[in-house]
Design a protein around this ligand. Structure first.
Ligand SMILES: *[C@@H]1O[C@H](CO)[C@@H](O)[C@H](O)[C@H]1NC(C)=O
Ligand SMILES: *[C@@H]1O[C@H](CO)[C@@H](O)[C@H](O)[C@H]1NC(C)=O
Ligand SMILES: *[C@@H]1O[C@H](CO)[C@@H](O)[C@H](O)[C@H]1NC(C)=O
Ligand SMILES: *[C@@H]1O[C@H](CO)[C@@H](O)[C@H](O)[C@H]1NC(C)=O
Ligand SMILES: *[C@@H]1O[C@H](CO)[C@@H](O)[C@H](O)[C@H]1NC(C)=O
Length: 475
């Protein structure tokens, strides 16, 4: 029995059909679409079964629009092909890009080919693919491991381009300096390719850029100071390249920068104090660069920082007070040459959830509260600092699985023996040693903790001087 909604549908159906028939795709455009997509996917009769991609037999991944002022005709506006498009034929292993494939799709705004060209070195981008008559606003060719060759400079003909993403392909050669003509560009992502040469100065002309990601390439030379004109830039990721020289002081003018990732390069220090001007910076990642300086003072000015990565930067000197960094969640300073003590003030950072100070030359007592150590657990890493010691019960350390491995402190954090009043507690040691041992001071240690200490006898003795080692612990 027909429900009211079925009846409504029956009444409306002729209306839909006539609308669809009224708006048609120009035949030349339809043929260009069939050719272009036909070059990519294993068709197997798909096109014959779905002859009207914009209307009666819609194709997933294809979007059509009417042009302004002309509602009678539909145009192909967006093509997306990739394994993420359900119920559409997959790309064939011999997928190709026809050099003129886009010429007859003048209304195309988005072209996105994801994980389509996978046979090694099978396809390169024909320069003639990109002409100034194109309407392309987004060109996303992502995760095509078989897409190789050079990035054609003719992409610079696409003056309406807002998004250019060529990430995770196999491109080599240089970044074309002609990209400086892409004045509408908001996002430039060329990450995970094999690009070489210098970063072109011309990138500094792209005043609308919000994102630059050139990470995981083989770029050389210095970071161009011309980037300082990019006042809309929020993300600058140049990590995993071979950039050298110092960080240009001009980068301090990037007032809207949220992420600065220069990690895994060959940049030298010191870092310019002008970086104190990066008021919006949340992620400052410099890991694995031969900076060979102290921890930059300006860090304390970057109040929005959430993550600081300065591992393996050859850092020397003490860890400064960073109590102004109220948003800091992760601080990595491992594999440096930092010395001095671990500032207890780090525990007052309300968001801190990860602290890695391992493999440094830090010394003295670890004064963090048990509460703080419980909160961070294994994410507090103080290992491989030969000068650090702890006053806390070592059973507590082991049971809470801390990455601390510091011996108990003896004689206070100046490393000298101090006279101690063991007070009402029973004598610790018997026999001949007692006379000497009475002058040991176990700072902050409650007597009931000694049971646990005895189990850790070997570890304890590591912290003793040659003289003290002669006396055994007797309870
Ligand atoms: C496209 O760009 C290339 C290289 O930049 C240039 O030689 C060519 O004239 C341009 N073609 C059009 C139609 O704009
Ligand atoms: C890093 O830069 C120095 C010069 O500053 C150079 O001698 C060295 O070869 C570079 N190392 C790498 C891995 O590029
Ligand atoms: C830290 O190391 C520097 C040399 O790099 C040295 O001058 C300084 O005295 C050391 N400070 C401490 C507290 O060990
Ligand atoms: C701390 O850094 C070291 C490398 O220096 C690494 O092996 C370790 O896993 C890190 N610890 C944590 C908790 O991430
Ligand atoms: C040491 O700490 C553990 C874990 O907090 C606790 O269970 C144990 O009783 C303590 N041992 C001594 C001797 O205080």
């Amino acid at each position: 029995m027909a429900t009211p909604s079925d009846l409504l549908l029956l009444l409306l159906l002729p209306l839909f059909l006539s609308t669809a028939a009224g708006t048609s795709v120009p035949s030349e455009e339809l043929r260009a679409l069939l050719d272009f997509v036909g070059g990519l996917v294993a068709d197997e009769g798909w096109a014959e079964l779905h002859p009207l991609p914009c209307t009666e037999t819609p194709w997933p991944g294809i979007q059509c629009e009417t042009a302004a002022g002309d509602t009678d005709r539909l145009h192909v506006a967006s093509i997306h092909v990739g394994p993420d498009v359900a119920s559409f034929p997959p790309c064939k292993s011999a997928a190709t890009l026809h050099p003129e494939g886009l010429l007859h799709l003048p209304f195309l705004k988005t072209l996105s080919l994801f994980s389509c060209f996978l046979s090694p070195n099978s396809v390169s981008l024909p320069p003639s693919l990109f002409t100034s008559s194109s309407s392309l606003e987004q060109l996303v060719l992502d995760s095509n491991t078989g897409l190789s060759g050079k990035i054609p400079s003719s992409i610079s003909n696409l003056t309406r381009l807002r998004v250019l993403c060529l990430s995770q392909n196999a491109f080599h050669g240089v970044i074309p300096p002609e990209f400086g003509h892409l004045l509408s560009l908001q996002e430039l992502d060329l990450s995970y390719n094999h690009l070489t040469g210098q970063m072109p100065e011309e990138i500094g002309s792209l005043l609308n850029l919000g994102i630059i990601d050139l990470s995981s390439n083989e770029l050389q030379g210095t970071i161009p100071a011309s980037l300082s004109t990019l006042h809309s830039l929020q993300k600058l990721d140049l990590s995993f390249n071979s950039l050298c020289g110092t960080v240009p002081p001009e980068l301090g003018e990037l007032k809207r920068l949220v992420l600065l990732d220069l990690s895994h390069n060959n940049l030298t220090g010191p870092l310019p104090e002008t970086l104190a001007g990066l008021n919006e910076l949340e992620y400052f990642l410099m890991e694995n660069n031969p900076l060979d300086t102290g921890i930059p003072i300006f860090l304390a000015d970057l109040k929005k920082l959430q993550a600081v990565g300065l591992s393996r930067c050859g850092l020397t000197g003490p860890i400064p007070s960073l109590t102004s960094l109220v948003s800091l969640a992760a601080l990595s300073l491992d594999r440096n040459k930092l010395n001095g003590t671990v500032p207890r003030s780090l525990e007052s950072l309300p968001k801190l959830g990860q602290l890695n100070l391992s493999k440094n030359q830090l010394s003295g007592e670890i004064t963090f509260s048990e509460q703080f150590m419980m909160r961070l657990g294994k994410r507090l890493d103080l290992r491989d600092n030969t000068g650090l010691c702890t006053m806390l019960n070592t059973t507590f350390h082991h049971e809470a699985s801390f990455n601390i491995e510091a011996p108990p402190c003896l004689g206070g954090n100046r490393g000298v023996m101090e006279a101690a009043d063991l007070g009402k507690d029973p004598p610790l040691y018997g026999n001949g040693g007692a006379g000497f041992i009475r002058h040991l001071r176990f700072q902050g240690f409650a007597m009931e903790n000694f049971g646990a200490m005895r189990e850790e006898e070997e570890e304890l003795q590591l912290g003793l001087t040659e003289l003290e080692k002669r006396y055994r612990w007797i309870m």
